[in-house]
Design a protein around this ligand. Structure first.
Ligand code: S3P
Length: 426
């Protein structure tokens, strides 16, 4: 579907976004493991989170939704039911990777699959550590989906030094370790988002600049109540639009302010962004609060190194600020972008070339400079929700507006994106 956008002249008003996608997946998975009924408020309404719900339903987990409250009945320790068919994670890497960690300790065989994008993404990164723990996972030689997960005996705890910075890999290991008597530890030299540790209340220590997160059966969860703060990655598109639109001000209510996710806001503030952050509360160790964003004059700074995993999902949105900020936008050390829902480095560079910018593509990033010359008015989504939203924001900032092809992919993380955009723009 091709979506047209006119130029937005002013942004104003308030947005309350549905729950953070990463925290939503984990709340569902943890609730499914507990014995009895958990309550989840403000669960993400994204397609990705729906994929997790559908997989859990196949595994015998019953749930219902009423008055914006999600109720889910967990089946207890190793209590999932053998699914009648293949589990379909669709587009969701978090569903596939975290669920594989849990499936590998169940007493039955299961197979997890996904759409063509997910089936081309690397899974060896979870197969290797889970196999070290005794899991029996079969895949093709490339280590892609579908994964066939066989029942395993003699599972063992491990200490795992993370070779790549990935919260999905870390969480997959922690979910397997949650079923073992001995303590499993994941050791990170570069920090990644810590929602699994927060929601399971795990012990996390810092030793010799390494972050060590440990888990065992003692951390097995009870049923409880969750409030999911608004999705900061979805919020970023509106933050960027407000900063770049004249005479604008936007209030975003109850957004996740988990410190492993707010690096994008810190970066925008360093660039000159007028963003006020007001902490309001904390739920299951997850901090949340309001953001007040105002139009700003921005200057680029080089983005690289250890902050990359902490802003990985916000890079498409940050790139749009980079185009309008003074100086060169330069991103390095971000090769993980090549294995997201699309090759995001390629997707971003291809779209930026359409508006005549000077773009240099590197294996691990890109740089952009120059002035916009609107050669083409239509951008490609590459079937990737965050590329679709980033370039929707860009078209809304262009003199004559523009179009985004494959716009429907936005529902992977935010089905209400267009409605929300319209409600704050004039
Ligand atoms: C996620 C972790 C990140 C992120 C993804 C969600 C998570 O992936 O890009 O959108 O919920 O753990 P990686 O852990 O593979 O970097």
């Amino acid at each position: 579907m091709i979506q047209s956008f006119n130029k937005i002249n002013k942004v104003s008003g308030t947005l309350s976004l549905s729950g953070d996608k990463s925290i939503s997946h984990r709340s569902l998975l943890i609730s499914s493991l507990a014995n009895g009924k958990s309550i989840i408020k403000n669960l993400s309404d994204s397609d990705d989170v729906r994929s997790t719900i559908k997989c859990l339903n196949e595994l015998g987990i019953e749930s219902s939704f009423k008055d914006n409250i999600y109720s889910i009945s967990g089946r207890g320790f190793k209590g999932y039911r053998k699914p009648a068919r293949q589990l379909d994670a669709e587009n969701s890497g978090t569903t596939a990777r975290l669920l594989t960690g849990i499936l590998s300790v169940q007493k039955f065989e299961s197979t997890i699959n996904g759409d063509s994008s997910l089936s081309s993404r690397p899974m060896k990164r979870i197969i290797e550590p889970l196999t070290q723990m005794g899991s029996k996972i079969k895949s093709d030689v490339e280590g892609r989906l579908p994964l066939q997960i066989l029942p395993a005996e003699n599972m063992r705890a491990i200490n795992y030094n993370m070779p790549i910075a990935s919260a999905q890999v870390k969480s997959s290991i922690l979910f397997t370790g949650l079923h073992l008597d001995e303590q499993t530890s994941v050791i990170e030299s570069i920090q990644t988002r810590n929602h699994t540790e927060n929601l399971l209340n795990l012990r996390v220590v810092v030793e010799d600049e390494k972050i060590i997160s440990s888990v065992s059966k003692h951390n097995y969860p009870d049923a409880k109540e969750y409030f999911i703060p608004g999705d900061i990655s979805s919020a970023m598109f509106f933050v960027v639009l407000t900063l770049l639109t004249k005479n604008s001000e936007l209030l975003l209510k109850n957004v996740s302010l988990n410190p492993t996710r707010t690096e994008c806001l810190k970066l925008l503030k360093k660039m000159g962004g007028n963003i006020q952050i007001d902490e309001k509360g904390i739920s299951n160790n997850e901090v949340y609060g309001d953001l007040i964003v105002k139009s700003s004059d921005l200057s680029n700074i080089k983005i690289e190194n250890e902050i990359i995993p902490l802003i990985i999902d916000e890079i498409p949105a940050l790139t749009i600020t980079g185009i309008f900020a003074r100086g060169v936008f330069e991103l390095r050390g971000a090769s993980e972008l090549r294995v997201k829902e699309s090759d995001r480095i390629k997707a971003i560079c291809a779209n930026l070339l359409k508006i005549g910018l000077d773009v240099e593509e590197y294996e691990d990033g890109f740089s952009v400079s120059g002035k916009i010359k609107q050669i083409s008015k239509q951008f490609e989504s590459f079937g990737d929700h965050r590329i679709a939203m980033a370039f929707s924001i860009l078209t809304s900032l262009l003199k004559d507006g523009g179009k985004v092809e494959g716009f429907e992919s936005v529902s992977v993380s935010n089905p209400d994106f267009l409605k929300q955009l319209k409600s704050i723009s004039s």
